[in-house]
Design a protein around this ligand. Structure first.
Ligand SMILES: NC(=O)c1ccc[n+]([C@@H]2O[C@H](COP(=O)([O-])OP(=O)(O)OC[C@H]3O[C@@H](n4cnc5c(N)ncnc54)[C@H](OP(=O)(O)O)[C@@H]3O)[C@@H](O)[C@H]2O)c1
Length: 345
């Protein structure tokens, strides 16, 4: 049994970590922090956890030592305190963006600020187990990927590795409201957010840097993300437009996906000829750690359209983090992550 604590446990990612970890047979959740709700029951903020735990939130400054610390703070908050956090746990999994990029100069160009601890960047392993399982096994520090980056990288990786597509890639991402976290703002206020199909970031999305970093070993890739906020609480869908290399056929795409993912427990290739759910759809992934991937080769317009879907709060962050924990400690990789979700939902 290992002990874990969650810094930033009142947030959406922290809440999902708790939901998963409270039912992990090899993990004891020791402490959960919140500055605003210190002393109050965790189930006050995460009502789905009533009767699942009687933990109370504690203030972050009172956190004690544990085996592994999850850091679920807003982006930009962990790099300033990471040196102190290292004294609290031998292993750390950071869900935020601060340690995802390997180069401080790339961080600065995308986040418009200097990195507070550039010397630590090389100590963090990027948290996608499907790509970095062997490094994560030996890692003390893991930086989980951004949610758009997770689903885009998993969808593109076999296509790039097997040299099926040209270098220009356009990612059309449909985002849900929980991606903005729990702090309200005018743009997340219900009358402004409900019912929207809002072009939130047609260009310049920061996750571009992670996607280029992870896929660049297979050649130059030019990635453009256009993100649109839609009326959905959870979930993320990417429709990725690519140009196939000459002669690429459907069987080549199947072969590439099967070669990389046939033994992956959380990746499913979804491409049915009948039924309602013929392609990946975030609705039926809610609460699950799956990444569903589909594709269609359009020979008339010479496009290979690849489609990926996840739950942003599970495979996109908390589930990905627990998967990494399982790998770090040599637990069965699927432990506590086997929920098939709900249908209908
Ligand atoms: N939401 C998603 O879909 C998603 C997907 C992928 C990755 N992530 C990553 O997960 C991280 C957390 O995201 P979230 O959506 O859960 O955010 P959130 O809902 O805003 O929660 C942030 C948490 O951090 C605490 N906090 C904020 N500032 C703090 C500080 N200076 N010191 C200590 N605690 C602080 C907050 O509680 P108190 O203010 O009460 O302390 C809260 O518990 C982010 O880095 C994000 O990039 C999120």
């Amino acid at each position: 049994m290992i002990t874990v604590s969650i810094l930033g446990g009142s947030g959406y990612a922290g809440g999902e970590l708790l939901r998963i970890l409270l039912f992990h047979p090899k993990v004891k959740v020791q402490e959960v922090t919140s500055r605003k709700f210190a002393g109050r029951p965790v189930s006050l903020i995460h009502p789905n956890l009533r009767k699942a735990t009687d933990l109370l939130f504690i203030d972050p400054k009172d956190i004690k030592k544990c085996d592994l610390l999850f850091v679920a703070l807003p982006n930009g908050e962990s790099m300033g305190i990471m040196k102190d956090l290292q004294k609290k746990a031998e292993k750390i999994i950071d869900l935020g963006a601060d340690f995802r990029l390997h180069k401080a100069s790339v961080f600065t160009s995308w986040y418009q600020r200097e990195h507070a601890l550039p010397e630590l960047l090389s100590k963090f392993v990027y948290g996608i187990c499907e790509l970095h399982r062997n490094e994560i096994k030996k890692a003390s520090y893991v930086a989980c990927a951004g949610c758009e980056a997770t689903v885009s990288i998993l969808t593109l990786y076999p296509l790039v590795k097997h040299k099926l597509i040209k270098e220009n890639v356009i990612i059309d991402a449909k985002m849900s409201s929980s991606q903005s976290g729990m702090s309200p703002s005018l743009s997340t206020h219900h009358p402004e957010r409900a019912g929207v199909v809002r072009s939130y970031m047609p260009s310049g999305h920061r996750h571009t840097a992670e996607i280029e970093q992870e896929l660049s070993e297979f050649g130059d890739l030019s990635v453009a993300i256009s993100a649109t906020a839609i009326d959905m609480v959870r979930g993320l869908l990417v429709t990725i437009h690519t140009v196939p290399n000459k002669g690429v056929e459907e069987k080549d795409v199947w072969r590439a996906y099967r070669a990389e993912y046939k033994d992956e427990p959380f990746i499913r290739i979804v491409k049915e000829s009948t039924g309602i759910y013929r392609y990946p759809e975030p609705k039926i992934l809610q609460g699950t750690n799956f990444c569903d991937i589909g594709f269609e080769l359009d020979w008339k317009t010479n496009r290979l359209v690849a489609i990926g879907a996840i739950d942003n709060l599970v495979k996109g962050t908390a589930g990905q983090a627990v998967q990494a924990l399982n790998v770090m400690y040599g637990f069965e990789e699927t432990t506590a992550l086997t929920s098939p979700g709900l249908h209908p939902i």
